[in-house]
Design a protein around this ligand. Structure first.
Ligand SMILES: [Zn+2]
Length: 423
């Protein structure tokens, strides 16, 4: 189930421990400080009550897996789950395009963007692009083109980056055509772009033709990569250097920077999380699936999450759910995985985990002070009245109590005077 991406590349999310670390920070940033609640990503990686053990595994690639924990399946918010979600999308797009090509069809790759500048709200850009993109694929003119080019459906993948000119929200579309020729298929893509630009204008924004793109896919892999590669994930997870291209930073790069205390990036990450959580991508509708002879597929599991009972690979060791969740709570799960990645012997790692997750009990509190007896109170009253005998008796009692001794005391005059004075 879990993709074998972990040990590839040297990006800042290239290992399981790095992703756990960022996921922990993201959970902290998105959790409401008052209620302690937040989106599903906040609980990702914790072990459920019904689980008997958390299993740490090592795959052939060397990547570390964790079984017996909750997976949030959030493609947009969770660096631990995004790779798997990306692979899921890629494989269902590949299935769809392969089925299309088996019927001599053609997939046309279309990019839709909108002009934007620093300060534009991501929610506004998303609304404009998605509305115009949807309207472009509605109405009689599009129905006519659909028929001419044999369009059986369109796969849509939203993508977001942030650069010098603010948020960059765009759609990668895959127009699935059963056209007679590539040129008719490309024509359908161009027609879609022209209609899209018109509807962007109707939304009060601008989309220049130069910002849009249309290309005929050369293979199912080419098409799958184009729409489902998950630009955000690829940039952040696979490339060695932090991207500073015209398209700007990927969301997980913003989150990583926000974690280091950049207030502007913290605000950007929150805005991104609020806007993008739950946004569906690469949906194979029932109508599309029927024409292609495949199963419909969606992101429906996304943001609901599931319990992952087994991780792929060879078992390295197991921990009790209590110990694992203790590490999660303390933000130390990434540290444990780092130790396993560094090949530390498991008994050492397990001992460290138990020590860290279950710190020794604090020293017991001191016993409550002894309550004065009735007689103490009576004698104290006598002291107030100035009876020397009473004061002396009370002082000796106090001395006995403080030394815990019942034996008799031999007191000389100096001690007696001192005792009476002290009291
Ligand atoms: Zn997750």
């Amino acid at each position: 189930m879990t993709p074998p991406l972990s040990s590839e590349g040297d990006g800042f999310l290239s290992t399981t421990s790095k992703r756990f670390e960022l996921r922990h920070g993201i959970g902290r940033m998105l959790r409401d400080p008052e209620t302690g609640k937040g989106p599903a990503v906040c609980g990702c990686g914790r072990s459920g009550h019904e689980v008997e053990a958390v299993t740490i595994t090592r795959r052939d690639s060397g990547a570390i897996g964790v079984g017996g924990v909750f997976r949030c399946d959030s493609a947009w918010l969770c660096p631990s789950c995004a790779p798997r979600q990306t692979l899921d999308r890629q494989s269902r797009v590949k299935d769809a395009v392969s089925a299309l090509y088996a019927q001599d069809g053609t997939a046309v790759m279309v990019t839709l963007t909108v002009q934007h500048r620093a300060g534009d709200r991501l929610a506004d850009l998303k609304r404009i692009v998605q509305t115009a993109g949807r309207k472009a694929r509605q109405g009689a003119p599009w129905a006519r083109m659909q028929k001419r080019a044999g369009v059986i459906g369109v796969l849509v993948a939203p993508e977001v980056t942030h650069g010098r000119h603010g948020w960059h929200f765009h759609l990668h579309l895959l127009v699935l055509c059963l056209a007679q020729s590539n040129s008719t298929a490309a024509e359908a893509g161009e027609f879609l772009i022209q209609r899209y630009m018109k509807y962007v204008e109707a939304e009060g924004a601008t989309a220049k033709r130069l910002g849009q793109d249309v290309q005929v896919a050369t293979s199912p892999e080419n098409a799958a990569d184009y729409v489902a590669k998950g630009l955000a994930w690829e940039l952040a997870g696979r490339s060695g250097k932090v991207s500073r291209s015209a398209k700007g930073r990927a969301p997980f790069e913003i989150a990583a920077s926000a974690m280091t205390g950049q207030p502007r990036d913290y605000a950007l990450w929150r805005e991104y999380a609020e806007t993008m959580a739950g946004t569906r991508s690469c949906v194979v509708t029932a109508a599309m699936a029927e024409q292609l002879g495949i199963e419909p597929a969606d992101d429906s599991a996304q943001d609901e999450g599931e319990q992952e009972l087994a991780a792929d690979g060879v078992e390295v060791g197991i921990l009790s759910p209590g110990t694992w969740n203790g590490l999660m709570r303390l933000g130390q799960a990434a540290a444990l995985i780092r130790k396993v990645e560094a090949d530390q012997p498991w008994p050492e790692v397990a001992a460290w985990a138990r020590r860290t997750a279950n710190p020794p009990e604090p020293a017991p509190p001191p016993p409550p002070p002894v309550r004065p007896s009735e007689r103490d109170i009576r004698d104290a009253a006598a002291v107030q009245r100035g009876s020397t005998a009473a004061r002396l008796g009370w002082a000796v009692d106090a001395l006995r109590r403080s030394t815990g001794s019942r034996r008799l005391f031999e007191l000389d005059a100096t001690v007696v005077t001192a005792l009476i004075k002290v009291r």
